[in-house]
Design a protein around this ligand. Structure first.
Ligand SMILES: [Zn+2]
Length: 215
């Protein structure tokens, strides 16, 4: 039954116009690859730094649908939209990596949004390769509740380790883009970048969405 329903969903999706990934309204007369309706597209706010958008309005809604609602189709649509939009703004880099989620969370959700973002960026013409340079060592559930920057920094210390691979050794001294989905206090991206810097590469943090309180 579940399989039949999945097929039915695919058939219906193929026939009906695509739907906005934030408000789920049909996107009429959309250019191919459009993921936002006109109303939501108007409300996207580019962030001043990090080649990102503000984590408000439709973008926040779509990220919640992807991550909390575990909607892989929305996650993939977000990734391809962001890659097309971010690619022209990126600094020169030798490789792309991402902030990994702990495997338990990856398993529960079925996908890892930062990994999808990095992969989509790597699929853009002429982009450098995507390499997994980090491993998540542990997941602290208190992190989601931590309010202050200091609190988060203390919790994320030791959360990542570098994968001591040939790929990492080959990138010594090179600029590596470190992709994350949401940049909140900077503690997570900062911890990931610190581990990579210590391993000898030059990390450049890059997030799709930045919360208004980020600095
Ligand atoms: Zn919309």
């Amino acid at each position: 039954m579940a399989v039949a329903l999945t097929w039915l969903t695919h058939i219906v999706d193929a026939v009906l116009p695509p739907r906005c990934i934030a408000c789920a309204q049909p996107i009429d007369g959309a250019a191919s690859g459009a993921v936002w309706c006109a109303l939501c597209a108007e409300q996207l706010e580019p962030a001043p730094a990090l080649g990102s958008y503000c984590y408000v309005g439709p973008l926040a809604d779509a990220i919640v649908r992807a991550k909390v609602g575990r909607d892989a189709a929305v996650a993939r649509a977000l990734a391809s939209w962001w890659a097309r939009s971010a690619a022209p703004t990126l600094p020169r880099h030798a490789a792309i990596t991402f902030v990994p989620a702990p495997w338990r969370r990856r398993l529960a959700r079925g996908f890892d949004l930062p990994a999808l973002l990095a992969t989509a960026l790597g699929d853009v013409d002429g982009a450098p390769p995507v390499v997994e340079l980090l491993v998540a060592r542990r997941h602290d559930t208190k992190l989601a509740l931590a309010r202050s920057r200091e609190e988060r920094q203390a919790l994320v210390a030791g959360r990542f380790a570098a994968r001591r691979t040939r790929a990492l050794a080959g990138l010594a001294g090179s600029v590596v883009l470190v992709v994350d989905d949401v940049h909140t206090t900077g503690a997570t991206l900062g911890a990931a970048c610190a581990v990579l810097a210590e391993a000898g590469v030059r990390p450049v943090p890059w997030a799709m969405a930045v919360t208004p309180s980020s600095s």
